[in-house]
Design a protein around this ligand. Sequence first.
Ligand code: GDP
Ligand code: MN
Length: 383
Amino acid sequence: MDLFEYQGKQYFARFDIPVSPGGAADTVDEAVKVADASGYPVVVKAQVQVGGRGKAGGIKLANNAEETRFHANNILGMDIKGHVVKRVWVEHASDIEEEYYASFTLDRAAKKHLLMLSAQGGVEIEEVAEKDPDAIIKLHIDPVDGLSAAAAHKAAVDAKIPAKALDGVAKILVQLYRCFTEGDCDLAEINPLILKPTGEVHALDAKVSLDDNADFRHPEWAEYRATEELDSREQLARTHGLQYIGLDGTVGIIANGAGLAMSTLDVVNQVGGTAANFLDIGGGANADVMAAALEVINFDDKVTSIFINIFGGITRGEEVAKGIVEALSRVTLKAPIVIRLDGTNAEEGRKILADAGIPESTLISKPTMLEAARAAVAISNGK
Ligand code: GDP
Ligand code: MN
């Protein structure tokens, strides 16, 4: 789950990472109230989960209540790259001497945590990575050992953080690492991490992504859940308890097991198609789950063919087939299905589908994953 900047800053504050005093506001009047309390000048910042808000006009400096009113009025309701601003964060403006970059993520391949640190912050880090890759240092951290103050200090030296900011940066790295691990983050990023003329180092932005698998031990995350921005397809999938991730392509995908679902995306890609989604109906899925899955896929207007890829282990072929028949009686599918049904009770399943008298224009069965992918992509691409 991705947090908004203001939530990320509140999360940072729990781990003693310094942020500017400020508050969130949904209306112009609230924004002025927060600005008065934070002390002028303030920055008014659009709360949307997309980068480059500054360039889009979503971040403005205000010197008094009148300017705050003007900017909050402009920013609230603004469309930034398809995200409508419903809330602003208003904070006391900082004087900036320098801007740095710091983040922690998990490097799955290395099975370690990864610190990325750069003395060139403020701009998109992808840009730095492209133009001047040596300006970003990467440090793997063994999760058992953690990050010591000395290691953090050395990382800051290696990243060519100037001497006057070294202690401040090193201290924040240790705090940010604690936030990342104890706070169960997938990503904890500060860009920019600033040095003020006073010598203090402090987080001016916050990008935090929480690890959904740790949800059970964070009852306080319910607050973030309430404002979580899912696309409408993902919302529908969640109401059915489905493991669904919306993508941009045209082939709707249903598979059993996350591994098979991923391979299905790959195969669709390999034969020239694009996946509309990832959907894993899990092991042992029954007819209800299949019907719900088809309902979610059918809800996606971009879908022009549906590829159901089932290798039955504990999932049984006849349950899958019953689910499809059930779904077809409930909803009018906007796109045809190509199914590859194999494994446990596949034959029984195929018989149910054949006996249901479903026309070829609605459902085609293919014996292998590759053939099914080809058929689904051909239909989707209008061939
Ligand atoms: P992003 O562009 O969406 O990542 O938004 P940021 O929160 O990172 O802000 C973008 C830029 O706005 C920063 O790199 C700063 O240059 C500027 N900015 C943001 N807050 C302040 C502030 O308090 N004072 C000053 N002087 N500039 C700010
Ligand atoms: Mn930023």
